[in-house]
Design a protein around this ligand. Structure first.
Ligand SMILES: C[S@@+](CC[C@H](N)C(=O)[O-])C[C@H]1O[C@@H](n2cnc3c(N)ncnc32)[C@H](O)[C@@H]1O
Length: 339
């Protein structure tokens, strides 16, 4: 854990968890953590121009979750425009926005929100660097279309002068011992010994047991980070953005802070974290989690932790005998008819 975390004094415990005095309720340039309770626009208007190095957020998707009232897609996007304008204003000219969205679905028709957000960010002059596909292997099963198994993260920079540090987020190469077999570099490692670029497909799993090849689990009920929030980020996902797009002491902002995942990812790496959240219960959970992150008790999947691979021997990996049809067997050849 970063030594910056030990700088904060703790207050008396809330629900048994110490909350840092250092969480500011409103923006102060000398603060390290700010968590504002209230509307996003009211908070953003208090932040000076060009303050923030990175914005990572998952806005309300207009899905009718408990924290949003469902409106038409047009009305939803119109309500987001002033927020995007304010975000652009507070973003430093060498800063980035990572905007994570899924689909809006109406009467069975799918509206991929990134397609709608893209021209809105372009209109503000931002430049797309990656459209990251964040895939997961589990979720609701659709019956009239293929089941949706990914969301996207649009990474925009404000200008061409943006930061991208690849080394802190490299992932293990498939063949780290591979060497050049000819030419002037013969015998030398052919890849980077620190690992490879994680690519723009970030595979995710929703349940630890469900599949072996995903590298960032989505936050669902049996995940160590799960709170009462219906759709929180895994800390690991935000850490990848924080480590590659910011430097120590930079401000990282989540305008829709939820239970504080972005702030946690920021402060774990010596950055400053701030956010606004309208729901006081989520703010309280965020404060608890920030306190836990500071005192080292927050349960977090470590960046790059290998995912558990099922062996096939687990009960859930096997079809129970009682579910099999009697005499069910795989017949490759029809021996009776001689084929
Ligand atoms: C998709 S969730 C974000 C979850 C967050 N990424 C996390 O890891 O906890 C969106 C959040 O935005 C909040 N929200 C929605 N409209 C808001 C508004 N106008 N101002 C502030 N917060 C708002 C909701 O209460 C909800 O917690």
């Amino acid at each position: 854990m970063s030594s910056t975390l030990s700088l904060f004094a703790m207050s008396a415990p809330i629900n048994g968890i110490a909350v840092p005095h250092a969480i500011g309720r409103s923006f102060r340039p000398d603060a390290r953590i700010v968590l504002y309770t209230g509307d996003v626009l009211a908070y953003l208007r208090t932040i000076p121009d060009e303050t923030v190095r990175l914005i990572v957020s998952s806005p309300p998707y207009n899905l009718g979750k408990e924290y949003e009232s469902r409106v038409s897609i047009g009305a939803y996007l119109r309500s987001q425009l002033p927020v995007l304008e304010e975000l652009n204003r507070v973003l430093r000219s060498d800063g980035s926005i990572c905007w994570q969205v899924g689909n809006f679905v109406e009467a069975g028709e799918v509206f991929p929100l990134d397609i709608y957000y893209y021209p809105m960010f372009k209109e503000l002059g931002l430049q797309l660097r990656n459209r990251v596909v964040w895939g997961f292997g589990h979720g609701l099963h659709a019956s009239r279309r293929f089941s949706g198994r990914y969301e996207t993260l649009l990474w925009f920079s404000k200008t061409d002068n943006y930061l991208f540090n690849l080394d802190p987020v490299r992932v293990p190469a498939k063949y780290p011992g591979k060497r050049h077999y000819k030419g002037p570099k013969v015998g030398q490692p052919s890849g980077n010994p620190l690992g490879k670029n994680p690519s723009d497909v970030w595979e995710v799993m929703r349940e630890e047991w469900e599949c072996g090849y995903w590298d960032i689990p989505n936050v669902k009920s049996n995940h160590p980070e799960k709170t009462e929030h219906p759709c929180q980020f895994p800390v690991e996902l935000v850490e990848r953005c924080v480590l590659s797009m910011t430097e120590a002491d930079d401000w990282v902002l989540d305008p829709y802070a939820g239970v504080g995942t972005t702030i946690i990812a920021a402060i774990r790496h010596g950055r400053r974290g701030m956010g606004s959240e309208q729901d006081a219960q989520y703010v309280a959970l965020a404060e608890e989690r920030i306190g836990q992150a500071i005192n080292g008790t927050l349960r977090i999947r470590k960046l790059g932790t290998p995912v558990h691979e099922p062996t096939g021997r687990e009960k859930v990996s096997q079809v129970p005998e009682t579910w099999k049809k009697p005499n069910e067997k795989l017949t490759l050849f029809d021996t009776e008819n001689g084929v």
